[in-house]
Ligand binder design. Sequence first.
Ligand SMILES: Nc1ncnc2c1ncn2[C@@H]1O[C@H](COP(=O)(O)OP(=O)(O)OP(=O)(O)O)[C@@H](O)[C@H]1O
Ligand SMILES: [Mg+2]
Length: 577
Amino acid sequence: MTTEAPDTDGTNEFATRLAAAYATDGPTVDIGRAMLDGVTHHDAVIQVPLAMCNRHGLIAGATGTGKTVTLQLLAEQLSAQGVPVFAADIKGDLSGLVKAAEPGSKINERVETMGLSYTPAGAPVQFWALGGQGPGVPVRAAIGGFGPDLLAKVLDANETQRSSLALVFHYADQRGLPLLDLVDLSDLLKYLISDEGKAELKSIGGLSTQTAGVLLRKMVELEQQDAELFFGEPELSIDHLMQVTPDGKGVISCLELAQVQDRPRLFSTFLMWLLASLYEDLPEAGDLDKPKLVFFFDEAHLLFNDAPKAFVEQVAQTVRLIRSKGVGVFFVTQLPDDVPDDVLAQLGTRVQHALRAYTPRDAKALKAAVSTYPRTDDYELEEVLTQLGTGEAVVTALSERGAPNPVAWTMVRPPQSQIGAVDPAEVKTMAETSTMWPIYSEEIDRDSAREMLARKMGVEPVGEEPAGDPTGEAAPAAADAGAGPSAEDLLRDSGLSADGVDLSTLPPPPDPPAAKAEKPKSTSKSKSTSKSRSKSSGSSKKKDDGNAVTDFLKSREGRATVNNVVRGIFDLLKKKR
Ligand SMILES: Nc1ncnc2c1ncn2[C@@H]1O[C@H](COP(=O)(O)OP(=O)(O)OP(=O)(O)O)[C@@H](O)[C@H]1O
Ligand SMILES: [Mg+2]
């Protein structure tokens, strides 16, 4: 372990120079102390002016080198100075922010080496979870709020598909049809290519059946990532991410993503919406004393891996523009080149933990990282970057004037909050007792495009009790009028064929006329389930070959049974992933 250098010749030029470069009059976020030749210099404080924290940043490094702890350190200091923070907590290890650290020998040793005074403290944290998948207050967004451009980017739609989506959104707007979830949108698409809808659409443009089919298929793919759980209402209000406690601390919003970390498309969709909403909702702020909000994306490579090009462009553009609204964005990832170049080019603060040079890609990333730092005579950067200890980093940050400060090998401070996760059961309790819980815990099931379209066509949505039907007789399903994909459609979308379903698992076919008169059963409890069911009910496009099994498959019960089998297959496929 390193110690303070005896300043024997009275010219500790390095420490004095670094301290002077990083000195600032205003409040700061303190990253650590500069090191040279294995010596940690107590007075060489490496810090970022609070006012510069909207200039974005990168925290990078190989696994286990200290990235998440650095994120935690920055987040708690921003919070302590009244700046609300949003952090995507992919592994769940940020939840420790809420608890004061219990220092052990390692922290004590670090504190001593750095010459710090150290008081453990927890920060105010609000836990969120996407559509309630994980411990946290459920977060949802209405699909209408995504808008056609954003949704087109999420779906990786081409220009024709994007403009068709724009048409559909315009139509929904004009006719007052709220688009809340994926089912609303898919039902509207199907309606607009039906005979009745086509006629209406003529007045505002055209939508080809083929394009609608592609969009519907893309939506099924998104649905397979359980996206429908977070499309809906109540929609998250941006104000609730920008809260300050009565004693002036910024609330840290931790989006607990551990349960959905294998579904990056799901959370990247949400994060993209959040960034775009922030950008749209916040007024221009100019240069502020401190940011209005700082965003941290831990494991940011998941955000960009396999992301559609349009998504990456959208992130780059939003990151570029959102700075002037007072929002800072920090990406946390293993290799700097996980983050696209046009995003990297915008970053003011860089905290680079140790890099490994095991693979050719590592070696390339190491060289690339070195080339992005300001020139330094203090270190051989390529060497230093592979030699850094855990919780040490090569830092460069912007000065108050916006110029890059010298490169500093830095011993990073220990956070005041607990390193590592809090028990998820405890996180769940904290979420359920938070002030946000009563606002967001229950999904609102208001009338939306699906129900309105079904009524317009004089039918009732399948899977829900027909309202106001005194006879108890079922109206024909919306699907029967062409408002839902058939089981065959779903099978085709899944890459399976109807022939691939083991028909021996189906119950014996009921007498077709009796099945027709039967009231549809509504067993679903949640809106999303009932809507999902409606999606899978539709008119069969299969040719009638007079076979009894085919007759059964065409009946309402037959379709429902096949749909259930298909859903079972989807679930199995999902579990396998
Ligand atoms: N600033 C620090 N102060 C004290 N301990 C630290 C510090 N930074 C890192 N550590 C120690 O190193 C461990 C690993 O750090 P961390 O979890 O931040 O790594 P990581 O780079 O995020 O890893 P991964 O890529 O696996 O997510 C921590 O659990 C902690 O014990
Ligand atoms: Mg980590």
